[in-house]
Ligand binder design. Sequence first.
Ligand code: BGP
Length: 469
Amino acid sequence: MSVIPNNFLWGGAAAANQYEGGYNEGGKGLSVADCFTAGEKNRRREYTDGVIEGKYYPSHIATDFYHNYKEDIKLFAGMGYKCFRTSIAWSRIFPEGDEAERNEEGLQFYDDVFDELLKYGIEPVITITHYEVPYGLVKKYGSFKSRKTIDCFVRYSEVIFKRYKDKVKYWMTFNEINTMAHDPAQQTGIRILEGENRKQVIYQAAHNMLVASAKAVKLGHEINPDFKIGCMICMPMFYPETCKPDDQIAAMQANDEVYFFSDVQCRGYYSAKAKRMFVKEELHIEMAEEDEQILREGSVDYIGFSYYMSGVSTSREVETVQGNMMKMVKNPYLVESEWGWGIDPVGFRFCLNCLYDRYQLPLFCVENGFGAHDELTSDGKVHDPYRIDYYRQHIEEMKKAMDIDGVDIIGFTAWGCIDLISAGSGEMKKRYGMIHVDRDNEGNGNLKRTIKDSYYWYKKVIATNGEDL
Ligand code: BGP
């Protein structure tokens, strides 16, 4: 008998700002992601108030799911998906983030998308916001610097919970909420202004987000007690560089930055260490009287997380490299992707164990995948054996975590199941999909979809419930 239960949620994952496009159609307002240009070397260096003539904004058309959702969902169904994770673009529902009226056309778009998914028996798994705060809220309130944005988030959540309560059961509040500690601009459009204390700004906004998340969880459960509402954490577990005790402390501290967020969302309160950090760093986090209770009442039902790579920490003064959202030391034992991300399937098992041991909540791996330069060959195909290898090894380790370690995992969604633009770099050439999309870094291409070899492989994995890898 398979160690994977029959109701396991196999599927794929994407985010509105990375694949949807239609950035100003159907009444949609600008989101933070819509204001990032592809800068030099296509890094998203600039952050502007909208559109500058001659600049390319990758998220504006992305891979145009907006106009192709029927074709794309049919392709997902062809792989046998049980679920599809995506986000709702907040500014499609509230274009400026705080207006009195919701945008009916935006709501209808997601009704259509969810109906199309459900037609094939695919369960939508929804991230309430995935790096997509409406730009209007950034301009007015500085995003989550202000508690006003908490109210806007809760109101938006209420609208979508009520509207889709019979279509969506699985939700997550903020994508990779812990990336706030590393890149608040990408996470929620927060800019640190001159004279501001970076940490003070980050942790105040983080508190506001944690309160917003907890309020949404509580409200969601009131609207539909069957809802399963999770957090979403970016998970590279950090190893110590050596068995030198100081390296162990360095790794512990790197992991504590992750746990800072998941502790609050899973346990409902700040850890002693987190509170001590506020004191030691002289951070003055404004909390309302009712916040403690809100956090307690709004803990999550499951832990959604992304895993691409592990990290390494050291007590030495050394140069770090950029991993997924976080900086780390290179791991000499790992082979790296073309983007320098260490491939570590065993680290995936380790990470599953760490999360489950700490919280004993069901885990949902909502992002795992391999970014590579794929080539559309003259036979009209994309041969991506490296991607198949990556997934095979990670799923094997996931099965060990379930079978040997007893970890409760409810689903696995392959990131960027269809090619989309990279969150970290704004590039199109860093492809993750099992479906190729004809579009390049400058936005050229006819958007034609082509099935990759990994598509057929994953179809077989789902059909055999993870037996035939
Ligand atoms: C995660 C994000 C995704 C995604 C992925 C891959 O951090 O949640 O949005 O993009 O990383 O990262 P990248 O696109 O930078 O390769």
